[in-house]
Design a protein around this ligand. Structure first.
Ligand SMILES: [Cu+2]
Length: 111
């Protein structure tokens, strides 16, 4: 009997672990009127950020450190990047360098 309970508990732990892995979020950043909105986003490692260009002129999403770089995004074009490494990831628009934003990635594990 004890063995059966231990097996059931083990299955529950596996289920919870797989739910946590499926918990990775997709965060939206809108490009509008020559700015990224929200300008700074805090995500967890494993999350994906998707930028959408709402302007009718092209913009890019270009990492200052080379971590990621989109092509020129036309109206309604999207660019996605999955952040796996904790840290700060400042970026800008290569076509309008005064446009800046930042993604802050926190470690996913722990609690
Ligand atoms: Cu731009």
């Amino acid at each position: 009997m004890k063995f059966v309970i231990a097996r059931a508990f083990g299955a529950m732990v596996l289920l919870v672990a797989s739910m946590a892995a499926a918990n990775a979020a997709n965060i939206e950043v809108k490009i509008d009127n020559f700015s990224y909105s929200p300008q700074t986003v805090t995500v967890k490692a494993g999350d994906t950020v998707t930028w959408t260009n709402g302007d009718d002129i092209p913009h890019t999403v270009t990492s200052k450190t080379g971590a990621f770089r989109s092509k020129a995004l036309d109206t309604d074009d999207k660019f996605s990047f999955t952040f796996t490494t904790p840290g700060a990831f400042p970026y800008f628009c290569a076509l309008h360098p005064h446009m800046t934003g930042s993604i802050v990635v926190e470690a996913s594990g722990g609690t």
